[in-house]
Ligand binder design. Structure first.
Ligand SMILES: NC(=O)c1ccc[n+]([C@@H]2O[C@H](COP(=O)([O-])OP(=O)(O)OC[C@H]3O[C@@H](n4cnc5c(N)ncnc54)[C@H](O)[C@@H]3O)[C@@H](O)[C@H]2O)c1
Length: 333
């Protein structure tokens, strides 16, 4: 099978490529990425010379190159996105361009060449989960920030292309990921790195925001299962059911690092910040048989250990902006 991965130099896309090539030795992967923020070719060092792997530096909005690559692939998996909520609050334009117009370019090629498409989306499109309820795949979409709104727009486009043109597609809506190679500006790596450096660790608002988390290797295995077993036109939520407050996560990280909770610094909350995300992923478990295999605590320990041992990976990426306590106040270009 020939797979086109878009955005494969980022955190989740690179984990997907490495995992997929290991499990499917005769399949071929082409990875198109424009090396925007969040990308790092170091993430793919161990497979850069693999005979079944090729990297192409380009943009998903480049219709000509996207047409050429999709024509030649059996399946396209799109991870390419502007992915940081804080940046979307400061400057939403690149999010609209990549997350909406970029998905549109891919869909046009998928429609033209009648190929299969896996659209990687997020649980953030559902917005705040009230009380104890969890969203399933039929729940109303209600995004709260520009990042989530652009991902929701892309989800609607994918759904409309399936209904109108009959394209073969699957949409995944996964919860918060963590693990090795995550760009330092996200909550877990930022907390680990700031704590290692002896800097105060910022918590937005009261730190009581609840998220559910998944180890990145469980997420990429779910996508791999959906390529071969997923039903076209369907949406699949993906979670490991680990609901936890941001404050608890930060405290767990500080404990693993033998640091005191006095390193925590409460900062004003992010505008539009959702209080709780919660999704139900029983559909992928019953239809496909996928289940998460890592416990949150063990995966968090592995992740902290990875950042301790891979300082040379993250040191060149950190500066005052990537480690900023309130990044949405910065003037992102
Ligand atoms: N990180 C999470 O917790 C999470 C959770 C659920 C869903 N997702 C989704 O998974 C996908 C990957 O997320 P991630 O955390 O790996 O993000 P990331 O920011 O680490 O990686 C995104 C990649 O896309 C590339 N890219 C951006 N714009 C591009 C363009 N116009 N053309 C080509 N490549 C482009 C970047 O260079 C980068 O390599 C995103 O679609 C995101 O919405 C992420």
């Amino acid at each position: 099978m020939k797979i086109l991965v878009c955005g494969g130099a980022g955190f989740i896309g690179s984990a997907f490529i490495k995992n997929y090539l290991e499990n499917n030795t005769s399949h071929e992967i082409k990875n198109l990425d424009n090396l925007a923020i969040g990308s790092n070719l170091q993430n793919l060092k161990e497979i850069e010379n693999h005979s079944n792997y090729q990297f192409i530096k380009d943009d998903i909005k480049n219709q000509e190159i996207i047409d050429k690559l999709i024509k030649d692939a059996d399946v396209t998996v799109n991870f390419a996105a502007e992915s940081h909520v804080d940046r979307s609050i400061s400057n939403p334009r690149p999010f609209i361009e990549t997350n909406v117009l970029g998905t549109f370019s891919i869909l046009e090629a998928i429609r033209k060449y009648k190929k299969q498409f896996i659209h990687v989306s997020t649980d953030e499109i559902y917005g705040d989960a009230k009380g104890k309820s969890s969203f399933n795949e039929n729940s109303q979409i209600n995004p709260s920030n520009p990042y989530a709104a652009t991902k929701a727009a892309a989800d609607h486009l994918v759904g409309s292309y399936h209904r109108t043109y009959g394209i073969k597609c699957i949409t995944t809506r996964c919860t918060n990921n963590f693990g090795p190679n995550q760009f330092p500006e996200k909550l877990i790596p930022k907390t680990i790195i700031r704590a290692i450096k002896g800097l105060k660790v910022p918590l937005y608002g009261d730190g009581q925001q609840i998220r559910s988390w998944i180890y990145v290797y469980d997420h990429v295995k779910a996508i791999e299962s959906l390529i071969s077993q997923g039903n076209s036109g369907q949406v699949y939520n993906i979670t490991a059911y680990e609901e936890i407050t941001n404050k608890s996560i930060v405290e767990k990280i500080l404990k693993i690092l033998n640091k005191s909770n006095s390193m925590i610094e409460y900062v004003p909350d992010r505008p539009g910040h959702d209080k709780r995300y919660s999704i139900d992923s029983s559909k992928i478990e019953t239809e496909i048989g996928w289940k998460p295999s890592f416990s949150f605590d063990l995966a968090l320990e592995n992740t902290v250990q990875w950042y301790i041992e891979n300082q040379d990976w993250w040191e060149p990426l950190v500066d005052e902006t990537t480690l900023h306590p309130q990044p949405w106040t910065l003037n992102w270009k």
